[in-house]
Write a protein that binds this ligand. Structure first.
Ligand SMILES: NC(=O)c1ccc[n+]([C@@H]2O[C@H](COP(=O)([O-])OP(=O)(O)OC[C@H]3O[C@@H](n4cnc5c(N)ncnc54)[C@H](O)[C@@H]3O)[C@@H](O)[C@H]2O)c1
Length: 399
């Protein structure tokens, strides 16, 4: 068994199939209906294969100095002096005990707050903190305009004074994911993960001596042993299992009420992604999966930076009886396309206050991406079946 990827060729083959079907029937007197079906099918296919996203990525990379930005960041990571210089003109994100600072725009939309270094120095002084405290920041990345971005933990400062001075609110990151865009979520998550890693790696595990950071925070070194420590992510597999017409979602007792997600679990030492996927599904719900198909990956900051590897998989439609491991899961159920569509269309604003009966993780979570892809694929299948049925009718082959 191996991990299959959706390749360009595969896409063209699928696209070609629908297109050939369309061309074959183009001469029939039914253009409007077929046009509509054809467009619905193609759009669903494009969405499900994220072709639009990839096009944007390729476009922006080739036209916006992606390479020069990347090399600039690489230099800042390694060159302490260059990094110190960059910090003088940077954008800094603030965290209070790992909760990012959010601000509301005039239109009422929430965004991650970021401050120019000079402005932040003034704010720090107003709340009684030395302006040089800003040097504790860690390099996060840079904007499209090559402006460096840093993150700074200000948990020692009184929270309400800082919120007032910054005109924002420190919000728990899990809650923030429901309030900000996916790209801002990714930035906020990276900032939190880096801060947490530095907070928990202050000592060498070989000598017990303190470790020191480089200026960017891309590593820590034990001066005694010379061992260099780099920020780590633990690999986690996450899989959306389908029986062809329904998908399997599960919930742990610790999830907010009503939330169901795809099956997931940490990879064991020495395991491949495929092995981890098969094992996790067998352990958690007692099923054997097949047809693994890679979907994407994501950094996830909880509990201590996971590297999520997301896949689709199927089970034999005659072997769908789930046998839940109650130590791991509170419930696991098969959901129809209609149930999933409703959940995707009605994301909760604040699930802890008014939990809907059934809802799925927020759009930033890769579980949400898997669920969306599955729903798009199901819609495409249904459109194709309707199209085929219609074409069969046209030809008098309908049974
Ligand atoms: N982004 C998403 O869409 C999404 C969706 C679901 C889960 N997740 C994340 O996936 C991760 C795994 O989820 P799970 O609870 O299903 O895993 P799991 O079923 O493997 O259970 C977690 C348990 O695994 C053990 N474990 C083994 N290696 C570990 C490690 N490196 N770090 C921490 N614990 C380890 C611990 O005993 C822990 O209690 C969590 O971080 C969770 O937040 C992300």
């Amino acid at each position: 068994m191996h991990l299959a990827m959706i390749t360009g060729d595969q896409f063209c083959a699928d696209f070609g199939q629908v297109k050939r079907a369309y061309c074959f029937h183009e001469h029939k007197n039914n253009h409007d209906y077929l046009n509509k079906q054809f467009i619905v099918g193609i759009l669903a296919m494009l969405q499900s294969f994220k072709l639009f996203n990839n096009c944007n990525l390729v476009f922006s990379r080739s036209c916006s100095g992606y390479v020069s930005r990347t090399r600039y960041l690489m230099r800042l990571k390694e060159d302490d002096e260059a990094c110190r210089e960059a910090l003088k003109f940077a954008n800094v994100l603030l965290y209070h005990k790992l909760a990012p600072l959010l601000q509301k725009t005039r239109s009422g939309v929430c965004k991650v707050a970021s401050f120019k270094t000079a402005d932040l120095k003034q704010i720090l002084e107003k709340v009684g903190k030395d302006k040089h405290f800003i040097n504790e920041s860690f390099l996060l990345g840079c904007t499209d305009k090559s402006e460096p971005q840093f993150s700074l933990e200000v948990g020692e400062v009184e929270r309400s004074a800082l919120e007032q001075e910054c005109r924002g609110t420190f919000v728990d990151l899990r809650k923030a994911f429901f309030m900000i865009t996916p790209s801002e979520s990714a930035l906020a998550a990276k900032g939190q993960a880096l801060l947490r890693w530095h907070q928990t790696n202050g000592f060498c595990s070989a000598t017990g001596q303190p470790t020191t950071r480089n200026q960017s925070g891309s590593f820590r070194v034990c001066q005694s042993s010379g061992i260099t420590y780099y920020p780590k992510m633990s690999p986690v597999v996450i899989v959306l299992v389908s029986d062809g017409s329904r998908c399997l979602l599960a919930r742990q007792a610790m999830f907010p009420p009503g939330m169901y997600s795809a099956l997931s679990g940490f990879c064991d030492m020495g395991e491949s992604v495929e092995e981890a996927l098969h094992r996790e599904v067998a352990e958690e719900v007692g099923l054997e999966v097949e047809n693994l198909q890679y979907s994407g990956s994501q950094h996830w900051p909880f509990p201590q930076s996971s590297f999520m590897l997301a896949c689709h998989a199927t089970v034999n439609p005659n072997k769908t009886q789930v046998n839940i491991d109650k130590a791991e899961l509170e419930d696991a159920r098969w959901f129809t396309l209609e149930e999933i569509t409703t959940a995707l269309q009605n994301p909760p604003r604040n699930p802890r206050e008014q939990p809907p009966v059934f809802w799925v993780p927020p759009s930033y979570a890769i579980a949400n991406q898997l669920i969306r892809e599955w729903a798009n694929q199901q819609q495409l299948l249904r459109s194709t079946h309707r199209l085929k049925f219609r074409m069969d009718q046209q030809q008098g082959f309908s049974h």
